[in-house]
Design a protein around this ligand. Sequence first.
Ligand SMILES: [Zn+2]
Length: 190
Amino acid sequence: MRVDEVMQIFRETGALLEGHFVLSSGLHSSVYLQCALVLQHPRLAERLGGAIAEGFKPEAISLVASPAIGGIVIGHEVARALGARFIWTERENGVMTLRRGFSVSAHEKVLVVEDVVTTGGSTRETIEALQRAEANVIGAASIIDRSAGAANVGVPRTALATLNVQSVAGGECELCRAGVAVTKPGSRKT
Ligand SMILES: [Zn+2]
């Protein structure tokens, strides 16, 4: 799937917002991607998941794992396309963990999938949780990479679309300096 096709899906579903936002990472940006607005449409989720899976078909992946909540829908669709099992990780006392009876086999080939990579933090924590269980994490993927390719998660990483949009700490934010009101769209009630 081409980058412009991915971005077209985000525009058409209202998932691409422009303004002044605090991201879940705490960084400020002029662009916010609300992937849930894309992924609320199962057929779009299936299409994007299929496109991510395409590059990993030769790898014989038996398990896809995603950080909850954001990664669950897209990870599930990637797993469906690969014919793999799907599990998710979640934080317990601040540490990303396998809960709900989920387990991995030693050396099992795993792909970690997230919706959006900003700093790579959630993906990295999920990879660490899997590695503690001796899984063989062969790669990571997301629909969007908004780190301009910079996020390093310790394994090879791909994305359907890589954005070169700056995310900066509040203290370095030009929009803050200009007095533009900031919103945290992830927590906005509608
Ligand atoms: Zn700001």
